[in-house]
Design a protein around this ligand. Structure first.
Ligand code: KG4
Ligand code: ZN
Length: 351
């Protein structure tokens, strides 16, 4: 009896070392994620060189854990998928070199995967693939809206012209002395704050209706902090447990504006494009307000809102294996001379 192929998926694009084992198109046998948050937290953000070195140390352990959890050995592997773009270049090179050596020694094909394609299709590990769909990818490094007709036909409708949504969360959290990463802590504080406490003007981006901008919002938050507290920023020392009403209200108002801005553009795109599903993916897709309001928006258009489970929102090898499996099935093999790229667009831009 022919077994479906088993492939490995590697992601080392930023601060998570992850390896997954996938059988066939979507039978996930394991998905091990080793987070470097503790390593970078004292610096208030990801330190690229530390991240690369940590991947170098961790890959062997994470791979072995993924194989053990999946109940397979390297002899069972018939292909390897690895993120080669975009991301921190040192981190990408560590993962790509590791995956290349493994592919060479196991004599199996290698396929390089675009990290954002991994995020964009990540909900389909848990939901039916539905085309065409509108995809909102929101992470620490990227914020973009895509119109996806099928696996190979992706159009970028717009993206951020400055900070990514997750980056805005991280910068505002740093400003408020809330630690790193900022998303989860602001999300939690916002639940007990008043979203109408502070009004922020939404940025109008000249480039087009689906482009985002978050750097002005971050500056506006810093001005509120300076004005209200009359102390110079950064505001240090407000632990989450001790958070004042001011911080909670500011977190809620900031979050309201970020989510409002993301979904306003998504709604406009849903009005103009005929879509059978609304997909949200990437680290910020773990946000409670975004998840609930995106569901409501999809309901208005009578289409499903497909959001990955929390573990699949953050960077992971499973989403890379998912895309890689389809690329390998299509014969998209990468040569052992292939390179990594810190930035490379996923798709053509809409005119
Ligand atoms: O996709 P991801 O794991 O890494 C990148 O490819 O960037 O996303 C990480 C980002 C961070 O900026 C983090 O603050 C944000 O996702 N994030 C959140 C939440 N959880 C993580 N942002 C808002 N709300 C959350 N609950
Ligand atoms: Zn990511």
């Amino acid at each position: 009896m022919n077994q479906e192929p088993i492939i490995l998926g590697f992601d080392t694009s930023c601060d998570e070392t992850s390896v997954a084992v996938l059988q066939g198109k979507k039978k996930l046998l394991s998905n091990v994620i080793s987070s470097q948050i503790k390593l970078h937290a004292p610096f208030g953000g990801v330190v690229p060189e530390l991240a690369s070195r940590s991947h170098l140390e961790n890959l062997e352990t994470v791979l072995n854990a993924a194989l053990t959890q999946a109940g397979v050995t390297l002899k069972d592997i018939s292909g390897i998928a690895v993120t080669a773009m975009p991301g921190l270049i040192g981190c990408l090179l560590v993962g790509l070199s590791y995956a290349k050596s493994l592919a060479y020694s196991l004599k199996v094909p290698l396929t390089t995967v675009h990290h954002l394609k991994g995020h964009l299709f990540s909900p389909f590990l848990e939901h039916e693939e539905t085309y065409p769909f509108l995809g909102l990818v929101v992470s620490g490094g990227h914020t973009a809206l895509y119109y996806v007709e099928n696996f190979d036909s992706i159009t970028c409708l717009g993206e951020t012209v400055d900070d990514a949504a997750g980056e805005a969360y991280d910068k505002v959290a740093k400003l408020l002395g809330l630690g790193f990463p900022g998303g989860p802590v602001i999300d939690k504080l916002a639940r007990t704050g008043r979203a109408d406490a502070f009004k922020f003007t939404r940025a109008k981006v000249k480039k087009g209706p689906y482009y985002f901008s978050f750097s002005g919002l971050k500056t506006a938050v810093s001005l509120v902090v300076k004005k209200e507290l009359s102390i110079p920023s950064p505001l240090v020392g407000e632990g989450q447990g001790l958070a004042s009403d001011f911080i909670k209200n500011l977190a809620a108002s900031f979050q309201h504006e970020v989510v409002g801005s993301l979904l306003e553009k998504a709604e406009q795109a849903l009005c103009e494009k005929s879509c059978k599903a609304f997909v949200i993916a990437g680290g910020v897709a773990a946000n409670s307000l975004l998840r609930s309001q995106a569901q409501e928006l999809a309901l208005k258009f009578s289409i499903p809102c497909l959001i990955p489970s929390f573990k699949m929102c953050t960077d992971n090898g499973a989403m890379i294996a998912y895309v890689g499996a389809q690329q390998l099935a299509q014969g998209q093999y990468s040569p052992l001379s292939c390179n990594a790229f810190s930035s490379l667009p996923l798709a053509i831009q809409a005119p």
